[in-house]
Design a binder for this molecule. Structure first.
Ligand code: T1G
Length: 697
């Protein structure tokens, strides 16, 4: 059966009311058969005059959640949504729309082209198109201003945020708010329209109130916050046109939408959207997760208290264990402060905070963990300490308890071997701040049981995080790749670039913060410890990348926390540390380097080629299941610019052949650091892309 032949829209005549129901699981996306179904239903009811009011509603968990994103990039299939909505708006028989769940994007636009809108309790509406590199493309930029004003249209379409039903009612985007099942509410709404209790009117006949000040403010905000993105500015352009005839405004919106549809950033943002869902597709998907309600967290430092906060915010009970009372109190104080922050940000109410804190108990003895379902160890990154703890946990914890380590690079297999239950041991690598960062690397040991892996993914979903499956190696996915490409930033500085130039070039590429600023923020001493840890095993062929950073740390300059690192932080002011420039000159002289200049493009090319080559090796080694898993790690844990889709999606925009050429060119300077991954060489020969590999090619 062809897509367009699927029946997903049905009409039911009840007296003078025509109920038109959309049923296209899972989210009633506006696939071609849905568009055709609505078009045929409205046309037939008008032709037959079989009712005096049409009520459009949807079955399932939500009203239409938007256009069918899987159709983007494919040949268009009529009717185009804007055309369908114009036809519907001109229907002689009034159309009332009943909304429930998450009515987003094109779904909301269907409602806006209707003649009245009734929300069901719990409804959220939104225009998230900008989050996938687009703008509302079916009249949203023209009809929201007519119904609710230009400021509301700018707020909703530029933030992409979901608006709760009550707020939508206050904005004028809903005419009524009801409770009940969609079909029942639809019948009542139809009768209310017939009785005049709900006023129906054509949106296109309403005039938009001009608001040049709001438009100008929006232009400035977008230029400041999203300098790299195309669609926000085009969205403002379309909304500005809503003060004129709707036919003209719709043309401007359509042109802007079609232009954005073709941009690499639309492809990148949609890759990110689907990628965050694809990573849940793991070999252990069919295993039954174990119930997790009570969690033990060992260590109340930054990570442990962050993890405990995240668990409490998800309704789990937490037992925090520290070695001493004072450390335990500090941990509990940090958790309390984190939750206070949630109240201040409006994420939590004071009551919710109190309920969460009531779920927190503290202890200084591991015996307190005898009944928990999951233990997450978050102590020092020293294998001996972890081994000691896991030996004790093996004796203390109940049968079936999951024993997890938050280690960011140590060998989970070695830790598991300390216990009589290696099948219950797993890595749950959180990213700091753990109650805010979305990424959770789920590190699977050789003997980890499938249901323990599935439990890790169920926990990620419960914590509203994105779980990515990782194999065991030093640094798993993210930190292993970071450990490689971060050397490129150091080599560029040793060879002639300044730290600020490297930071500026990468921030212009789209990173929120350049590597030297990130180092200053996280603390340069962390990298310093890692270099010391690895010194004994470092290859003699490797060009040492840490000379400058070591000297900075030897001066006690660890970054923000000491007031200076690569930069000096002086009461809100931040500028390059002139002392570092002297250190760089001395290290260059010491290494016999004649500094040369680099263009910003060269800096980005080298940095990204290094990141891509190690990412390719991580896929080749099976540490990541697919290229898209690496993309999601970098998008949700390392501040990689979302509109670029992740390192390996970005690699596809360069192509394997060009990447191989670059690596071979750079290898003339340093054959040890620049090596062509086998997987990339094969891709260059076969013409395959990382996306082909994602699709099983
Ligand atoms: N098109 C196709 N598939 C979609 C989809 C969509 N719009 N939205 C979700 N899915 C799939 C998703 O991939 C997953 O598939 C399943 O549905 C459940 O989704 C003209 C042009 C609605 C809040 O951007 O925000 O309209 O993995 O796991 O957590 O101006 O899905 O099961 O195979 O996310 O309950 C605008 C995107 C489109 C909404 C539900 N709309 N979707 O969240 O379930 S552009 C959006 C969401 C547009 C117009 C423009 C969420 C959700 P699978 P899920 P959820």
């Amino acid at each position: 059966m062809q897509d367009q032949d699927i029946i997903s829209v049905t009409t039911e005549i009840v007296g003078d009311i025509a109920l038109v129901c959309v049923d296209n699981p899972p989210v009633n996306a506006l696939s071609v058969h849905v568009r055709r179904g609505i078009q045929d239903a409205v046309a037939e009811i008008n032709a037959a005059q079989s009712a005096k009011v049409i009520v459009l509603y949807a079955a399932g968990r939500t009203f239409i959640a938007g256009a069918d994103i899987t159709e983007f990039g494919k040949p268009p299939m009529p009717p185009a949504l804007p055309d369908l909505l114009n036809e519907m708006e001109q229907s002689k028989i009034p159309v009332v729309c009943v909304l429930h769940g998450t009515a987003l994007g094109g779904g909301l636009e269907v409602a806006l082209a209707s003649h009245a809108r009734v929300g069901i309790k719990g409804l959220r509406i939104g225009l998230p198109e900008v989050l996938i590199g687009l703008l509302p493309g079916a009249g949203g930029t023209q009809r929201v201003p007519r119904l609710a004003g230009i400021p509301v249209a700018l707020d909703m379409s530029l933030s992409g945020r979901q608006v709760a039903a009550k707020e939508a009612l206050g904005m004028g985007l809903l005419d009524a708010l009801e409770d009940g099942e969609p079909r029942d509410v639809a019948l009542r709404a139809g009768q209310d329209a017939l009785d005049g209790k709900i006023k129906t009117r054509r949106t296109d006949l309403i005039d938009t109130t001009p608001d040049d000040a709001a438009l100008e403010e929006a232009r400035k905000m977008v230029a400041r916050k999203f300098p790299n993105l195309v669609s926000p500015q085009r969205c403002i352009e379309a909304i500005a046109a809503s003060t004129g005839p709707i036919s003209e405004g719709l043309k401007i919106e359509r042109k802007a939408f079609m232009d954005c549809l073709d941009t690499p950033q639309r492809a990148g943002l949609i890759h990110a959207f689907f990628g965050e869902r694809a990573v849940a597709n793991i070999p252990e998907k069919k295993a039954t997760p174990r119930d997790i309600n009570a969690v033990g967290v060992i260590g109340g430092g930054t990570m442990g208290s962050g993890i405990a906060t995240s668990a409490l915010m998800s309704g789990l009970s937490v037992t925090l264990v520290e070695v001493k009372e004072d450390a335990l109190e500090r941990g509990i104080a940090t958790i309390t402060k984190n939750l206070e922050g949630g109240v201040k940000r409006g994420k939590l109410s004071a009551d919710q905070r109190d309920q969460m804190l009531a779920q927190l108990t503290g202890a200084t003895d591991l015996a307190a963990l005898s009944d928990v379902d999951l233990v997450i160890e978050a102590v020092f990154e020293q294998m001996e300490i972890k081994k000691e703890i896991f030996t004790k946990l093996d004796a203390v914890c109940k049968k079936g308890a999951i024993l997890a380590s938050n280690t960011s690079y140590l060998d989970i297999n070695e830790i598991a071997a300390q216990t009589s239950r290696p099948e219950d041991v797993i890595g749950l690598h959180f990213f700091s701040p753990a109650h805010i960062m979305k990424l959770l690397e789920i590190v699977v040991g050789e003997k980890t049981a499938p249901e323990v892996v599935a439990s890790g993914f169920a926990l990620a979903k419960r914590l509203k995080k994105i779980g990515v499956r990782a194999g065991v190696c030093d640094g798993f996915i993210g930190n292993r790749i970071l450990g490689h490409y971060s050397k490129t930033a150091s080599y560029l500085v040793l060879d002639g670039a300044t730290p600020q130039q490297v930071d500026d070039a990468l921030e212009a590429f789209g990173f929120a913060m350049g590597p030297h600023k990130v180092g200053d923020l996280a603390g340069l001493d962390i990298g310093w410890m890692t270099r010391k840890r690895k010194a004994a095993t470092r290859s003699a062929e490797e060009r040492y990348a840490g000379a400058v950073a070591d000297r900075i740390c030897e001066n006690g300059w660890y970054g923000r926390k000491t007031g200076r690192g690569y930069y000096v932080y002086d009461e809100g002011d931040m500028h390059p540390n002139a002392e570092v420039a002297k250190i760089i000159d001395e290290e260059r002289a010491e290494a016999g380097v004649t500094p040369r200049s680099f263009t910003d493009e060269e800096i980005v090319d080298r940095y990204m080629t290094a990141m891509i080559s190690e990412a390719a090796r991580v896929v080749e080694d099976g540490i990541a299941l697919r290229p898209v898993d690496v993309d999601v790690v970098f998008l949700s844990g390392y501040g990689f610019p979302r509109f670029r889709g992740g390192p390996l999606h970005y690699a596809d925009t360069i192509g394997a052949k060009e990447l191989v050429r670059r690596i071979e060119t750079y290898a003339k300077e340093d054959a040890h650091y620049w090596q062509v991954p086998e997987i990339l060489r094969k891709m260059a020969e076969t013409g395959k892309s990382f996306d082909d590999i994602n699709k099983g090619g």
